[in-house]
Design a protein around this ligand. Structure first.
Ligand SMILES: Cc1cc2nc3c(=O)[nH]c(=O)nc-3n(C[C@H](O)[C@H](O)[C@H](O)COP(=O)(O)OP(=O)(O)OC[C@H]3O[C@@H](n4cnc5c(N)ncnc54)[C@H](O)[C@@H]3O)c2cc1C
Length: 416
């Protein structure tokens, strides 16, 4: 199929870009589909990268689908090619190698990039960030010999990697600038449980602590100097947040503010021919006040799917999927359903085994988010209730879990 006819052009071959093309063909779209993916390998999953040590090239183990998927569906996947410019007036993109490709619909799925560590010594050998498979392989190789590992940033990726390093027998210290772990992502109450479990596993946690500089010997990292003194280190991994890759949109004159600004249909507010999905999109959501930008697999898959089906003509409604997330930190599975922003009450309930705990977050007397540790059934009950917009008050949950509450309500409905 020739791509000189305008069809759908997707910029970015990650989780969201893949979801767009899967949905397009799944919904019967027959026009040309081109994906520009600047990484030189098949689109792959990022979550496994921080959950184990990768010492061998993973190949198919992390690929989203095999190469035959794209070939059989006539998807023109251009690996190792990046889009350098968008001409919205002429409806065409130009690649880094100067190839111009017209589009009828353009989907930006450019993801996010790690924020750099702004301290002297961040460029030393042995200091790593984690986003790509190559990063994961470099960290995995370093972990085969590392004795002292310093993780800068107590976010999801840092805490997952701290457990991976502990499992390989290293001494691990997590250094976090905020006064607690996961300060933007989970409630203070759940964080306490999580911190205790990391410390029980032998991870040292320093909160309220700044990294001042990293020192090396012969170009290799040797120690990390923090506000609480120096820490020996032969491997440093940092995860201090990500920024959306929205520069292409900005240069094309599209509205951008920490992400490409889109409407409830995930269309650029500046140009209805352009959509943005996944980590790079800032969007309205019925569960949020104002616009949000989410970095999660669920968000990438559901947004990509909606845009693919919308272009194919089989979806019409706004984007309203319930946000949910997971993070595996050693033996702990953390799961979050809903959006926690501006909650005014949090109730923590222990589960029926010591490993299980749930934190229920309320806004104006109504349940809006649920965080669980090692309690998948309660997480799934939360997803169902929150997606259906079923009101749940703090009183509803005294002496009950969402699982039992949902069962009781179903029984009442059946009797009525
Ligand atoms: C280590 C790690 C662990 C994670 N673990 C979890 C987890 O446990 N649970 C969870 O829900 N989420 C997790 N996430 C987040 C999740 O992986 C992301 O939210 C998801 O991958 C976003 O998909 P995306 O397609 O928007 O972006 P990406 O997956 O980042 O893909 C974007 C792609 O676009 C390419 N690109 C950018 N600009 C251009 C251009 N101009 N031309 C061509 N290509 C371009 C990029 O190189 C990249 O390959 C994790 C992320 C990381 C990094």
């Amino acid at each position: 199929m020739s791509t000189t006819t305008a069809g759908v052009v997707v910029v970015g071959g990650g989780q969201a870009g893949f979801s767009v093309v899967q949905a397009l063909r799944g919904a019967g779209y027959e026009g040309p589909v081109t994906v520009f993916a600047d990484e030189p390998r098949l689109p792959y999953q990022r979550p496994p990268l921080s959950k184990k040590a990768h010492t061998e090239p993973e190949g198919p183990a992390v690929d989203l689908v095999p190469e035959s998927f794209y070939r059989e569906r006539d998807i023109d996947l251009r690996l190792g090619e990046y889009v350098a410019e968008i001409d919205t007036a002429a409806r065409a993109v130009t690649t880094g190698s100067g190839v111009r490709v017209p589009y009828e619909h353009l989907v930006l799925a450019t993801g996010a990039r790690n924020r750099p560590l702004p301290v002297p010594g961040a460029e030393l050998e042995g200091v790593h960030a984690l986003r790509s498979l190559d990063d994961a392989l470099a960290i995995g190789r370093a972990l085969t010999t590392a004795r002292d590992v310093v993780v800068v940033g107590g976010g999801f990726i840092g805490l997952e990697l701290a457990q991976v390093a502990r499992a390989r027998g290293a001494h691990v210290t997590v250094v976090e600038l905020a006064d607690r772990l996961l300060s933007r992502a989970v409630s203070a109450q759940l964080q306490e449980h999580l911190r205790e479990r990391h410390e029980r596993d032998g991870v040292r946690v320093l909160t309220g602590t700044a990294v001042e500089r990293i020192e090396g010997r012969n170009g290799q990292v040797h120690r990390v100097v923090t506000g609480q003194g120096p820490l020996p280190a032969d491997l440093v991994v940092y995860g201090i947040g990500a920024a959306p890759r929205d520069e292409l949109a900005r240069e094309a004159g599209l509205a951008v503010d920490d992400g490409v600004i889109v409407d409830e249909h995930l269309r650029s507010v500046s140009d209805p021919r352009v959509f943005a999905v996944g980590d790079c999109a800032r969007h309205p959501h019925p569960h949020a006040e104002g616009l949000v930008r989410l970095e999660s697999v669920q968000n990438a898959i559901d947004q990509g799917s909606l845009v693919g089906r919308r272009i194919a003509g089989t979806a019409t409604g706004p984007y309203a999927s319930l946000p949910w997330f997971w993070s595996d930190q050693g033996a702990v599975k953390l799961q979050i359903a809903g959006l926690r922003a501006r909650t005014d009450e949090v109730r923590v309930v222990p589960g029926d085994t010591p490993e299980r705990v749930a934190a229920y977050a309320f806004r104006d007397g109504r349940l809006v988010a649920v965080e669980t540790l090692n309690w998948p059934a309660e997480h799934l009950a939360a997803r169902r209730l929150l997606q259906q917009d079923t009101p749940v008050s703090p009183d509803d949950l005294s002496g009950s879990t969402l699982g039992t509450l949902a069962r009781a309500r179903r029984a009442t409905e059946v009797r009525a």
